[in-house]
Structures are given as C-alpha cells and as structure tokens.
Design a protein around this ligand. Structure first.
Ligand SMILES: NC(=O)C1=CN([C@@H]2O[C@H](COP(=O)(O)OP(=O)(O)OC[C@H]3O[C@@H](n4cnc5c(N)ncnc54)[C@H](O)[C@@H]3O)[C@@H](O)[C@H]2O)[C@H](O)CC1
Ligand SMILES: [K+]
Length: 512
C-alpha cells in the first residue's frame, strides 16, 4: 500500500499553474528542470545499479518534458553511463528551456523515429508530460509501440519522465498509444492521471520528487482531490475512549434480504462490528429470522417486514446508521424501504446505500435524489461501474465529465450524497467538491461479498459519527489494506477477519 506521496493530487492545468507561480516568484524555470532531471537520473541509476546496466537511451519530445530528458542525459553521462539521445523533433524546432537543455548536450542526437534500441539497458521516456494536448500522431504512436515492444522482448526497464507519454495527466486516458513504464518520476504532486485507470497501469512504480516548488504554490490552486491514505482521514478516525461504552460507539442497522438472500447483509453486519460500531442489528424479514438468528452471535436480529417493519425498527433513534442494499432485491418494495431508511428524522441518522438499493431506482434516479437530499444525516452510495451507469446515466453522458473522477463528482452533486465509485481506481466524491482516489487495488478483491463487506465497514464508521466523505475514504482504504494483508485466495469473510490487523496498524501509527 503506497503512502510515499504528498496528500494533494493536481490536474495538469493546476500543475502548470504551480510551475508558473513558482517561476514568477523568481525561481528560474531552468532550475526546476535541473531538479527534475536530478530526480530522473537518481531513479535511473538506482535501477541500473540493480541490473548492472550502463547503457541508456533517452527519447526526447518537443517540449520541456524533452528538456528534462536532455538534462538527465547530461547528468547520467557525467556519472560515466553510456548515454544516447534521440529526439522526436529536429533540434532547431525546440524552444525555450528545452532548446537550452538540448544545446547543453555535447553529443550527437539521432532521430527518435529511426533510433535503434539494440544494446540498451534502460530507456528514458521524455517525450510528453503535462503538455500532452491531443492523441499522439502516427510517428509518435509508432515510436511508443516500438519502445513498448522492446521493453517486453528485452525485459529491460523504461523510466517515464513525469507521466508515461501518451497518458493524459488529468484523466488517465490513453491518447492513441502510451508508454508502459517500470517507473515514473513525477514532480511536486501526483496528478489525477497517475492514479486513474488506465493511466495508473502505465506508470509502474510511481514516485514524486520535490523540485523546488514550495507548498505555498498550492494555496491558490483550490485543491480538492486527495490521495486516499491515512493522512487524509486519520484525524477523524473514531477510536474508543476509556470512559466510553458500546452505546457511545453508535448502533448500525443492516437491512437483510429474504430467506435465500441473507448472506450479503450478514457480511455487512459483521464488517460493521469489526469497523467499530458499538452495536449492530440486522433487520430481518420474518421469513428469514430463523436463518439469520441461527447464524449470528454478536449481531442482534430484529423482525422487520417491508418498509413498515423497517420504520418500526428505525423508530429507535439510537440506531444512528443504516446500511441497505446487499441482498435486498430490485423492487418497488426495496425503493420504499430505502425511502424509509432515508426518511427525515428529528435526529441525525447516516446511511449507506449499495447494490439493489441503488439498482431499484435505475428507472427513476430523481426519486432517489429526493430521498438522499432529504435524509437526516450523511448518505454514502457505493456503485460499481454497472450500477453507476444504470443510475447516473446523465453523469456518464455529460460532456463535461472527462474522467471517472468528474463523473463521481457530478453524481455527488446531483444526489447530494457521497459517491464511492468502486473499481481498481476507487474514487470517493462528496457533494461539497472533496474527492479522494485510492492509489492501490488488489485483483483478489474481485470476489463475491467483497462489496457487502465494504458497505458494512462504511456503516460501522458512520455509526461512530465519522464524516461521510472521510468514512467512505477510510473504509475503502481499510478494505483494500485488509485484502493486502490476507493476500491471494481471499474471500469476503477473510477481509473481515483481517480488519483487526488493519486497526492495529492504524492505532500504532496514531501513537507515533
Ligand atoms: N517549468 C515547467 O513547466 C517545468 C516543466 N517540467 C517538465 O515539462 C513538462 C511539460 O512541458 P511542456 O513543454 O508543457 O509539454 P510537454 O513536454 O509535456 O509536451 C510537449 C509539447 O508537445 C506539444 N504536444 C502536445 N500534445 C502533442 C501531441 N499529441 N503530439 C505532438 N505534440 C504535442 C505541445 O506543444 C507540448 O507543449 C512536464 O511534464 C515536465 O516534464 C519540468 O520538469 C519542471 C518545470
Ligand atoms: K514522459
């Protein structure tokens, strides 16, 4: 689970503004480029020391990304590496700092279009960075494909400068073709395109280097997107107090499905307890009461048939968080139960809606937004891609939404709820604009019940009165960390079983 990044995530426009502000403050652009090149050269030599390589090919593009490449080439040559440089464009077409960097390179420069990779131990991709503005043209695409093929066939490493060329630094989209890197060194802050798919899959090991841009450059950027890691929500983490008791840790209610669909809600209920809720009750249809009661110990069970039965159980204001959806079934009755769970109350009740609680409204999302907006506490929705497409079709098609992050933000704005958009690049977006991206995912989480467990962890944190956005972000991180601890072969129950270890790590970090 990477945690070596600063918290803030920038778009490429925000990065360009941070660069500009720094240069306007008197820091020469060339010194930023030199610092960037030092970081590239350091990452490159660390790999070469590991592979005992000496021969480097630097592929330079037409802008300052290429400029970084020329400076890195000069630094590596000074360290006695055998360095060749190939340029995508004739040197007389370079401008500004890139031209200056190229001029300081004392050796011949070949054309990247014909350059050979023979006898190379490592290639540096300095073709395009934050300035990528359109799909790569045929020449650049051919070069990228040649580079990727060489890397696969030779087993040698590629180091990307700032962003793997061809990846859109803001959306993570591949613009025609994109370099497959073993390591990517970015500068100042990670960009959204480094963490969103498919961009993340092109980065390899991502590191972020300080190049002389002061954190104060962030002040005017209104950053609202953050790396989902403990630094984001640690201060809001609910930890039991010595003078506390189970009621002070909240009471989560999980709504069960019918007799043949009870496992999902039981997974959520167990996860809510492991997430720290003081008490958890399963609201069970009478037909499933025996099934649920016989399978549960620390989770209490109460009969609740349909919306009326749920309303009765929820009349107890101590139940301050409700989870509904897992195993519920797609039906009008489910819509009515969701509306009951979100009904305005004289007291704060948080809610997490998952699976069928979302799909039941596919034909009328506005009906759900009316309920989420009227809810008496924070609401978290946890759609996977299919549920998102069914429920948020307008956000999917909205031309303003360029990325998964944009879509999640638009969905949060439309619904007034926190949207945890699941996937290998889980994004959490709040109606107030905050968003987080989880920088990690394990394919082993693709197992039945994994989402039910996540729903339960969110409910458990909401029951402890955690802010909706921070609870959803924290739950996504804990869920992924638990999966990483257990490792290959995990099933949903193992995620729950690994949560105590996640808590131990978080508590240990708190005591430092
Ligand atoms: N002071 C700074 O800004 C620093 C920048 N650093 C590095 O510079 C790049 C950003 O450089 P920039 O010149 O803005 O753009 P790129 O080099 O990423 O792109 C090259 C250039 O190419 C044109 N272009 C855009 N898209 C295409 C395309 N599909 N095909 C052909 N040409 C294209 C466009 O004109 C671009 O300007 C940043 O990533 C850093 O690596 C320093 O590291 C720090 C200081
Ligand atoms: K690059």
């Amino acid at each position: 689970m990477p945690s070596a990044f600063p918290l803030e995530i920038l778009t490429t426009d925000q990065m360009a503004r941070a660069d500009r502000l720094t240069i306007e403050s008197g820091v020469p652009a060339m010194s930023l480029m030199e610092s960037a090149a030092v970081a590239i050269a350091r990452a490159t030599s660390q790999i070469l020391q590991r592979t005992s390589g000496r021969r480097v090919l630097v592929l330079c593009g037409p802008g300052n990304n290429g400029g970084d490449g020329f400076v890195a080439a000069r630094l590596l040559r000074a360290q006695r590496y055998k360095v060749r440089v190939a340029s995508l464009t004739p040197l007389d077409q370079l401008r500004g700092d890139a031209a200056q960097a190229a001029a300081a390179w004392p050796c011949p420069v070949s054309s990247a279009l014909e350059c050979s990779f023979d006898g190379i131990d490592l290639a540096i991709d300095a073709l395009f960075g934050t300035g990528l503005a359109r799909d790569l043209d045929s020449n650049a695409s051919a070069l990228v494909r040649r580079l990727n093929r060489w890397r696969r066939e030779s087993g040698q490493n590629v180091v990307a400068v700032d962003i793997p060329s061809g990846v859109d630094g803001t959306t993570g989209a591949v613009r025609g073709a994109a370099v497959e890197a073993d390591a990517t060194v970015t500068f100042f802050r990670v960009k959204t395109g480094h963490l969103l798919l498919p961009g993340r899959l092109h980065c390899g090991a991502l590191t972020c280097a300080h190049i002389g841009i002061r954190p104060s450059a962030l002040d005017s950027l209104a950053v609202e997107t953050f790396v989902n890691m403990p630094q984001l929500w640690r201060a809001a983490l609910p930890l039991p107090q010595v003078d506390g008791h189970k009621y002070s840790r909240g009471h989560a209610l999980v709504v069960s499905g019918g007799a043949s669909f009870t496992g999902a809600a039981r997974l959520s209920a167990a996860a809510a307890l492991r997430a720290g809720a003081g008490l958890v009750t399963l609201a069970s249809p009478i037909e499933a009461l025996a099934v649920n009661a016989s399978a549960l110990t620390s989770v209490m069970v109460r009969p609740a048939d349909g919306a009326k039965g749920l309303a009765k159980v929820l009349s107890d204001e101590r139940k301050n968080a409700v989870a509904i959806g897992p195993g519920l079934g797609v039906s009008e009755e489910s819509c009515a139960q969701v509306e009951t769970a979100l009904a305005p109350q004289a007291y704060r009740r948080a809610a997490v809606l998952d699976a069928d609680a979302l799909s039941s409204f596919a034909g009328d999302p506005e009906r759900l937004w009316r309920a989420t907006r009227a809810a008496p506490g924070p609401v978290v929705m946890t759609p996977h891609a299919g549920e998102f497409a069914r429920l948020f079709a307008a956000c999917e098609s909205d031309c303003g939404c360029r990325s998964k992050l944009d879509k999640a933000r638009e969905a949060a704005r439309a619904s007034g709820a926190v949207v945890l958009f699941k996937g290998a690049d889980t994004v959490v977006a709040a109606p107030d604009g905050r968003a987080s991206i989880l920088p990690y995912a394990t394919p082993w989480l693709a197992t039945a019940g994994s989402g039910d467990v996540l729903t339960g962890v969110i409910a458990g944190l909401l029951a402890q009165r955690m802010d909706g956005f921070l609870a959803a972000s924290c739950a996504a991180w804990m869920h992924a960390r638990a999966a990483e601890i257990f490792g290959p072969g995990l099933i949903a129950d193992d995620i729950i079983a690994a949560l105590p270890q996640v808590w131990r790590e978080l508590c240990a970090a708190q005591q430092k």
